[in-house]
Design a protein around this ligand. Structure first.
Ligand code: ATP
Ligand code: MG
Length: 438
């Protein structure tokens, strides 16, 4: 295996405090405590990665990563509130109430010419567990804007790879040979899109070129890692833009092949998906909860409806049953790509299977829907369908209205006539009677 084509200068460009805009006011008190204590104990201590980038862009970073030349054991010796995590590569987590500061020892990239076992046949990194110097730590990072080090010793920024310039130019530039870096870790293609959507950066032409070629390598990424990345892509407030870019680069087709085909075939499905993504972003901005099961249900909706029709033609079953069966089959297929935990696939199926019940607005079975544990999600889903003209608007309004009605008003709305007690009892008794034996 060749090395990654990185020629990192051994001396960084040092931007003094007076010449950059990363203010300590933008750094959490806990992160500062960790940095100061490491520094006082004689170690190098830097903030690194997204927090430095976001602070430069005045985006108020919330996660702070620290890089140091202290080993994890040395870090633990300095902090009572510290836990070492990770078996393959040990990291120190220093806890302050709910906030966790991650402290990583400088690490070398697994790109040594003499270490063939660190990569698989397609060049993907499968091992990177050697401590290193700060110069080596720079090399294993993905984009230049993510490789800026904020030095607590004098509040300067150390820039080995032109990251400051690229932040200013709003460009995502891979460190080293783009093709090799994408092959090493194909998730970097998803990260490129995520940062482009979140930061409004342009993906550098060389990185784009590598992506055009390396998109199929996403298939080699473990499904559990893709689930983690799926959450970051779609639950960080930029889902709509991210989706657009994922489609543009052919990455969405790798992650959700069945959905991607359905989107190509049916513009009305695309409108529905886009409305759901906008809705997700709005919820994020308003600090409302977002659950991955909702979007997964949205992504699988059209294929589920189509497969349900087929299943219903093969065997006698209700529309709800066929939707449940179809979403089970498609969910299982999707899980081979992205390891969606069962705690999300089960409610997703329920949410989809409930959809036909919004068409019924009369009688006891209809009113019972309001009590269903998945009513809220299913109702939100139905509203979205109605918003894009794919469900009856009057019925949608009906379900909105009845939620605020009293019991009597509801009975009237659902046209449930109060039956005389005697009649009800008689029916009950009749059913309770054991069936005559043959
Ligand atoms: P954000 O927290 O906004 O998602 P981030 O840049 O902090 O962005 P993290 O996933 O928190 O992203 O990673 C922290 C840093 O670790 C990155 O800035 C980058 O330097 C490095 N890094 C993370 N993932 C990779 C990767 N797949 N390849 C190379 N470097 C990576
Ligand atoms: Mg981060």
């Amino acid at each position: 295996m060749k090395n990654s084509g990185i020629q990192t200068p051994t001396t960084p460009k040092i931007i003094p405090r007076a010449a950059h805009n990363v203010s300590r006011d933008e750094i959490s008190k806990s992160a500062l405590k960790v940095l100061y204590r490491l520094h006082k104990a004689g170690y190098q201590a830097f903030l690194v990665g997204g927090c430095v980038r976001d602070a430069m862009l005045e985006l108020h970073p919330k996660d702070f990563d620290v890089a140091t030349n202290a080993t994890p054991e040395e870090v633990r010796a300095l902090f009572g509130n510290c836990r070492l995590i990770g078996r393959r590569f040990r990291l120190a987590h220093v806890r302050f109430g709910r906030e966790v500061i991650e402290v990583a020892t400088f690490r070398a990239a697994a790109n040594h010419k003499d270490d063939d076992h660190a990569h698989d046949d397609e060049g993907r990194i499968v091992r990177d567990n050697v401590y290193g110097s700060i110069e080596e730590d720079v090399q294993r990072r993905d984009f230049t804007c993510n490789a800026l080090y904020y030095n607590i010793a004098d509040f300067s920024i150390w820039d080995y790879v032109g990251g400051v310039r690229d932040v200013e130019r709003k460009r995502l530039v891979l460190i080293g040979d783009p093709d090799m870096r994408m092959r090493e870790d194909p998730v970097r293609m998803l990260r490129a899109v995520r940062f482009a959507a979140k930061l409004g950066f342009t993906i550098d032409a060389a990185a784009e070129k590598a992506m055009a070629k390396d998109v199929p390598l996403l298939a080699n990424v473990p499904s559990a890692r893709l689930f983690d990345e799926f959450l970051k892509l779609f639950q960080s407030g930029f889902a709509e833009k991210t989706f657009e870019l994922l489609r543009e680069y052919g990455l969405f087709a790798q992650m959700f092949p069945v959905t991607d085909r359905a989107l190509d075939e049916d513009p009305s499905f695309l409108r529905f998906v886009e409305a759901a993504l906008q809705n997700t972003d709005r919820r994020f901005q308003a600090d409302k909860s977002v659950t991955p099961m909702f979007l997964l249900g949205v992504f699988l909706w059209k294929p589920t409806c189509e497969l349900a029709v087929i299943r219903r033609s093969e065997e006698k079953m209700s529309e709800s049953q066929s939707l449940s069966l179809a979403s089970y089959e498609l969910g299982a297929e999707q899980q081979r790509r992205i390891a969606i935990p069962r705690r999300f696939t089960v409610p997703m199926r329920e949410m989809l299977a409930l959809q036909p019940r919004f068409s019924q607005t009369r009688g006891k079975r209809a009113i019972k829907l309001l009590e269903h544990r998945r009513f809220r999600a299913a109702y939100d889903f139905m509203l979205l369908l109605a918003d894009v003209g794919q469900f009856d608007k009057e019925k949608a309004d009906f379900w909105t209205r009845v939620q605020n009605e009293s019991a009597e008003q509801r009975a009237a709305s659902f046209q449930i006539s109060a039956q005389p007690k005697s009649q009800r009892r008689r029916r009950g008794r009749r059913r309770a009677k054991p069936a005559p034996s043959p």
